[in-house]
Design a protein around this ligand. Structure first.
Ligand code: GLU
Length: 604
């Protein structure tokens, strides 16, 4: 047995419901009575294109009314919503599929009953003439992700006996809903119903609806999001005919059935279900198909209206500068300014798919923070999507915030092309809005603004004497002099590599002027260091360099080789112990910062 939980569940449904031989084969199309009542296949295609199949997932049968949902979608796409929506209604009729009744305007109630579906095929005939069926077959094949064909025996059988549909078509033509000849339209409609599919095909077709119109197996874009939403809504209201209300109440997943024994069901953003079992209940739905859908929905609680998300979960972390600082190491004077103005920057890290409710919550968090914070940073790196509604709310929220003097930086948006483009379009209009590639850059920029605002840069020391190095704090002057005597001056140009990862470490560098960045091979910045700080000091403990160090500006350093340090240690044992204590203190400070960061991330 498979170790995949969903497949195991489908397997259990299959074993259980396969025993049930209640229901009848459809017989009003004589050819359909040839189906094997034992056939039973269940397939589920996920939106990442994986298909679970159990039982007779690859047995072909005719699609029948399931085609209605997909041809309606195709008509909206090809002919346009205005024309289609003015020809066919979207109200549930509460009637059986083959009801010969139109609404008060003499239009079909909806595209899921035969009258609406025939009208829909008529629209395709108007648009495509003799090529109408070929076009339909082509479009259905795009949903299924493979070239489909049709069963000519079933087609002939229905054409020979389909007087009821003929009656419906004449009624439609009397009211001007059909413009092509009745026989021409019915020829297309009957062929479309006779298209041969498998449960596997239906699952992929349904998953294309679940995946916002993109076939998850082929990657082909078949429908626009507008059309997907409209198609699913008529499936909800009328897909299961006079059982639609009950279906929506109990199962709550948009679905469509066909008298050939198929059922499709779509759980948006998650999966598409295709079932084949030809024994039908009194409404014309596959008995085992309905049982399987009921079992799935109740066991996994898949009812679409059963939503338990909490809007607040979209804020993955929220903190000010007391919680998190940038990777830029600050000199004491700068750090003192930042410490005094910790709460003037608020950062919200968002996560997941951001919808209307999430962004409304975020907008309130930001508006609260406005009274104390001069700057806000919103990070989107862990966001998978931002809905259109959320984008509208955010735009209006940023308008208000920036107009009231708050500087806002949005970071980590690059992986969402259209959202990123929307942000770009706001930048010109909102002078206090900024964009940063990475959260760390946004935080560094925000810190810079604060330091600048409070005059920190005037006090910034561009050049540091060796005695002022944090690592040498507390050393007697004579020890510093002895160290200085054994050091070599090194100079680096901007962009030059100072230390390479994995190299053997043989020295410690004291920066006396300029700025350097410690980076991983991926380009991720671990730290930025300036005059008065050391690089490669881990050489005192470790044998190999753990990351690259690059000169950001022109850099002057004093280099202390490990050999020279060993000699110094012999001569000045107490001073060298002090150096190691200073190193421990610097590492401890880094650890405290790292712990604060973990705490800030974990407490939300
Ligand atoms: N071809 C069938 C008809 O029009 C389809 C009915 C159905 O599947 O519900 O009668």
């Amino acid at each position: 047995m498979s170790d995949l939980p969903l497949l195991r569940f489908l397997g259990r449904c299959h074993v259980e419901f396969a025993q049930d031989f209640s229901g009848k084969l459809a017989d009003y199309i004589p050819e359909l009575t040839k189906a094997d009542p034992a056939h039973f296949g269940i397939c589920i295609a996920t939106v990442d294109g994986y298909v679970h199949a159990t039982g007779d997932g690859y047995v072909p049968f005719t699609i029948q009314s399931i085609s209605k949902a997909f041809v309606f979608a195709m008509a909206l796409e090809l002919i346009g919503a205005e024309k289609v929506e003015s020809t066919i209604g979207v109200e549930p009729s509460g009637d059986a599929f083959n009801s010969i009744r139109l609404n008060a305007d003499n239009r079909p109630f909806n595209p899921m009953v035969n009258a609406g579906a025939i009208a829909c095929s008529g629209l395709i005939c108007d648009a495509e003439g003799n090529g109408a069926f070929e076009r339909i077959l082509h479009e259905l094949s795009r949903f299924a992700g493979r070239r489909l064909d049709y069963d000519s025996d079933v087609f002939e059988s229905e054409r020979a006996t389909g007087d009821r549909n003929r009656a419906i078509a004449y009624l439609l033509r009397t009211h001007g809903v059909l413009r092509c000849e009745v026989d021409q339209v019915l020829d297309v409609y009957f062929r479309q119903c006779a298209v041969r599919v498998t449960a596997h095909d239906l699952a992929v077709m349904a998953a294309t609806l679940a995946n916002n119109g993109i076939n998850p197996v082929t990657g082909e874009s078949v429908l626009s999001p507008y059309v997907v939403a409209r198609t699913l809504s008529v499936m909800v209201s009328a897909g299961m005919y006079d059982y639609a209300g009950e279906w929506g109440y109990r199962i709550g997943i948009p679905a469509k059935s066909g008298v050939g024994g198929g059922i499709v069901a779509t759980l948006p953003s998650q999966l598409g279900l295709g079932i084949y079992s030809p024994l039908l209940d009194s409404h014309g739905h596959s008995v085992r198909g309905v049982q399987t859908c009921e079992a799935l929905s109740s066991h996994f609680d898949l009812h679409l209206l059963n939503q338990v998300a909490d809007v607040r979960n979209c804020v993955g972390a929220a903190y000010d500068l007391a919680g998190v600082s940038s990777r830029r190491n600050r000199q004491a004077g700068e750090q003192a300014i930042l410490d005094a103005h910790q709460s003037s920057v608020i950062t919200l890290e968002l996560a997941g798919a951001i919808n209307f409710g999430n962004m409304e919550y975020v907008s309130r968090r930001l508006s609260e923070a406005k009274s104390r914070a001069l700057q806000a940073i919103i990070d989107f790196r862990r966001v998978s999507s931002v809905s259109q509604a959320a984008v509208r709310l955010l735009e209006s929220c940023l308008d208000a915030l920036t107009a009231s003097g708050v500087t806002v930086t949005l970071s980590g948006t690059a992986h969402m092309a259209s959202f990123s483009a929307a942000v770009d379009s706001w930048l010109g209009r909102m002078p206090k809005l900024h964009k940063a590639a990475l959260l760390d850059e946004a935080v560094e920029w925000a810190e810079d603004q604060i330091i600048y605002l409070h005059g920190g840069y005037d006090r910034l020391r561009e050049q540091t004497a060796l005695a002022d190095q944090a690592l040498l704090e507390g050393l007697p002057a004579e020890a510093v002099e002895s160290l200085a005597a054994s050091m070599t001056e090194r100079r680096f140009q901007p962009g030059e590599r100072i230390i390479a990862a994995n190299e053997r470490a043989h020295s410690v560098l004291f920066i006396s002027r300029g700025m350097v960045s410690v980076k991983l091979a991926s380009g991720l910045r671990l730290a930025t260091l300036v005059a008065g700080m050391t690089v490669g000091e881990m050489a005192l403990l470790e044998t190999y360099r753990s990351a690259d160090v690059w000169a950001d500006t022109r850099v002057d350093c004093l280099e202390l080789s490990l050999d020279a340090y060993a000699r110094f240690r012999e001569e000045h044992p107490q001073a060298s112990e002090r150096i190691i204590r200073n190193l421990a203190a610097l590492l401890a400070r880094k650890l405290i910062v790292a712990n604060r960061k973990i705490d800030a991330l974990a407490s939300y």
